[in-house]
Design a protein around this ligand. Structure first.
Ligand SMILES: Cc1ncc(COP(=O)(O)O)c(C=O)c1O
Length: 443
């Protein structure tokens, strides 16, 4: 289906230009307009504050979607974090000497995670995961990594697709191509599925003496069943592999710190990013001293890991998290949105599946036209003033009133989708092409 780009806003025109200048158009797959509403997603923002976003045409939307791709857990442009950051900027963000706030942040993270004794810092999630895997490899002198879930763009992880280029398909992002990843890494990243202890055991049977790490999110979409986390911990103990919990997205949502604190299983390393800096780049690799000391055997070092804004933003964010009991609010708002999805779907007879931790909620339209329905949902909600997709990442800035407004728009949009689905008319209601569901080369 062709679409007249002339009436789709300045954001789309800029994005067209971006694709000529920037391979793939954006720096993050999840921010590609094609992932939401090809040709019509506003694509760029002029300003964002609280839960509000203004596009390049000055249109205001309430963000009920990925909210800074899960990074702005307090809300956009949080005044308390901004004040702390502005003070840091005033005092000089960079220097030949180190920023003292990183020691304060290390102490705070260790207070929150009493099983751990040492911390290294980075600025991004995937990067911190690469640091954690390097430390585990250095600590064990082994190469192989058993993993489940998505962990970023680095070679250690994409190596899984060297063997079978669909190995990662069921680990969040389908279609990831390992082009450019050295073939020498073939067989070093071994996938298993969440809650499938047997799959991990099979990996252990073949690679027991070579396993450096077991890498996974302690929880994301599903609850652990049959003491899965305990079983993984036991396997790590028996093999000597280091257990790395990726809390890049799950951390600082349902409690102040890692979700693993609520699940009764302690890793050897936990990795944080996203929410801990409320939109300012910051990540942390938190671990047991005997494992973390191996960082000294390897060379892990980068200039901008020493700047000041990141730790200052994290200290201000975590302080507010504690003072305002932010996780309680995120759970409440996420739970309300999940109920709104279920109620609206029930009312019009639409079949959906709802899942995820309450603050990281998502749903899926059932049936063969699921992707078309998802695209139409985004289109209809955009027309009603919401940035919306099939995921909702709650922020402190979201109020029950936001959810009420959203629910009204949701009911109307679901009714349209339900009617169109029963008549097989979904595609004909789309103004542009169907959204992408994974990685694809853009032209
Ligand atoms: C669990 C998990 N690990 C790692 C990453 C990568 O983090 P980043 O995009 O900051 O590199 C993500 C990002 O979505 C994630 O969800």
């Amino acid at each position: 289906m062709t679409s007249p780009l002339s009436n789709c806003g300045r954001g789309q025109l800029l994005y067209k230009k971006a694709k000529q200048l920037i391979p793939g158009g954006t720096q993050l797959l999840s921010k590609r307009p094609e992932m939401f509403l090809p040709d019509y997603w506003p694509a760029y923002y002029e300003r964002a504050a609280g839960a509000d976003v203004w596009d390049l045409d000055g249109k205001r939307y309430v963000d009920m979607s990925y909210c800074g791709i899960g990074s702005t857990v307090l809300g956009y442009s949080d005044p308390d974090v901004n004040t702390a950051v502005k003070t840091a900027i005033g005092r000089g963000n960079m220097c030949t000497l180190n920023a003292p706030e990183e020691v304060e942040l290390a102490e705070l993270l260790l207070d929150l995670h009493p099983w751990a004794e040492m911390v290294r810092f980075g600025r991004c999630g995937g990067e911190a995961m690469a640091v954690a895997v390097r430390i585990a490899r250095a600590a064990t002198g082994r190469d192989k990594v058993a993993f489940c879930g998505y962990h970023g763009w680095h070679d250690w992880y994409l190596a899984a697709n060297l063997k079978k280029d669909d190995a990662l398909n069921q680990h969040l992002l389908p279609g990831l191509d390992p082009a450019g990843v050295p073939r020498g890494l073939l067989g070093t990243a071994l996938p298993f599925h969440y809650n499938k202890t047997k799959e991990l055991q099979e990996i252990v049977t073949k690679h027991r003496k070579e396993l450096a790490a077991i890498v996974m999110e302690p929880m994301r979409d599903q609850e652990p069943t049959n003491d899965f986390l305990q079983a993984v911990r036991k396997i790590a103990n028996e093999t000597g592999a280091k257990l790395i919990f990726d809390e890049v997205t799950s951390g600082f949502r349902v409690n102040t710190g890692g979700v693993h604190l609520k699940m009764g299983v302690e890793p050897d390393i936990a990795v944080f990013a996203k929410a801990m800096g409320n939109g300012y780049p910051m990540s942390a690799v938190v671990g047991r001293a005997n494992v973390m000391q191996a960082a000294q055997k390897s060379f892990i070092s980068s200039t901008y890991w020493t700047e000041r804004i990141g730790p200052v933003a994290a200290l201000a964010t975590i302080k507010k998290f504690k003072e305002r009991n932010v996780s309680k609010h995120l759970i409440l708002i996420g739970g309300l949105v999940k109920s709104a999805w279920l109620n609206a779907a029930k009312k019009c007879g639409l079949k959906i599946h709802v899942g995820g931790l309450d603050p990281l909620a998502h749903f899926r339209f059932e049936g063969p036209e699921g992707q078309e329905a998802k695209t139409l949902f985004t289109q209809l909600m955009l027309e009603r003033g919401f940035l919306a997709s099939t995921s909702f990442y709650a922020m402190l800035a979201h109020t029950p009133a936001h959810v009420q407004e959203y629910s009204r728009a949701l009911r109307k949009s679901f009714a349209v989708i339900s009617n169109a689905m029963s008549d097989g008319r979904i595609a004909s209601l789309l103004k542009g092409p169907v959204s992408h569901s994974g990685f694809a080369r853009l032209t």
